[in-house]
Design a protein around this ligand. Structure first.
Ligand code: HPA
Length: 269
């Protein structure tokens, strides 16, 4: 894995992807961020050595390098989900690449089902902690000490100063951001009403199928992480409604403009 990462990093550096300030995974809700980025370089995943190629409808596969204000960013447009059949190592490979391109900071977004009764569809939740319920762990197996330690502290998985900074920006923009715990399940099925009950009982505020493996390897490599989730459907007590991938995409889109603006300011400042 180490050699593969270094090979991909060398390739990208030659293409001009140099020491970004932020690595960003443009999950649901952050699509419009690309409109703010001054793009300098863009490569399809299939043209990048060792990169997996995304298959999910609505997720394009491009690695973008550019600037927001004076900050350099590298963006993953289209992420890799474990349910697509990738190994955990493949799922998190781009995060490892981002780190060795030279960034210390990871920003991720996703769509999730909200189980907190205060949430509405289209709301934005800053992830302040997570519960990992994925069936495999991205650090399973022999540890490579060059990436990070065997046992990783996850106390501050989601950086408190970054959360405070985003809350300050949101307040200035008159936007209400919730905070909450994100649970990662394997998917690709959405939750049954009983499973939503389990998510609530276990102490999460929202549930989805991504992000947690990425944040785990980012923490393994000593990165600082910020995560945000768009609530696309609800699994709160008494109102668990049916949901489709299309509905999830529509709800995520509704928050795109707001969230992209907030994250754009967050990075530029
Ligand atoms: N579960 C429920 N709703 C969702 C999810 C999920 O995994 N992802 C996006 N909306």
């Amino acid at each position: 894995m180490w050699n593969k990462v270094q090979e991909t990093v060398s390739f990208l550096k030659e293409k001009g992807f140099s020491t970004p300030d932020y690595g960003i995974i443009l999950g649901s809700g952050l699509g419009k961020l690309v409109d703010i980025i001054k793009v300098e370089q863009s490569l399809a995943y299939e043209d990048i050595p060792n990169f997996p190629v995304s298959t999910v409808q609505g997720h394009q596969g491009k690695l973008i390098f550019g600037t927001i204000g004076t900050k350099k960013v590298v963006c993953l447009q289209g992420r890799f989900h474990f349910y697509e059949g990738w190994s955990m190592q493949e799922t998190v490979f781009p995060v490892r690449v981002m780190k060795y391109l030279g960034t210390q900071n990871l920003i991720v977004s996703n769509a999730s089902g909200g189980v907190n009764a205060k949430f509405k569809v289209g709301d934005i939740v800053i992830i302040n902690d997570h519960i990992n319920m994925m069936p495999l762990h991205p650090l399973h197996g022999k540890n490579d000490d060059r990436f990070g330690p065997r046992f990783v502290d996850m106390h501050d998985a989601y950086d408190k100063p970054m959360i405070a900074k985003m809350q300050k920006i949101a307040k200035e923009e008159n936007i209400k951001l919730h905070e909450g715990v994100y649970m990662a399940l394997q998917g690709p099925t959405f939750e049954t009403p009983a499973e939503y009950g389990m998510v609530r009982a276990l102490g999460a505020d929202c549930v989805g199928m991504s992000t947690v493996p990425e944040v785990i390897v980012a923490k393994h490599m000593g990165m600082t992480c910020f995560g945000v989730s768009v609530i696309t459907d609800l699994g709160v007590e008494g109102i668990v409604e049916s949901v489709s991938h299309e509905e999830v995409q529509i709800a995520a889109k509704s928050a795109e403009k707001t969230l992209s603006k907030l994250v754009g300011r967050f990075i530029a400042e």
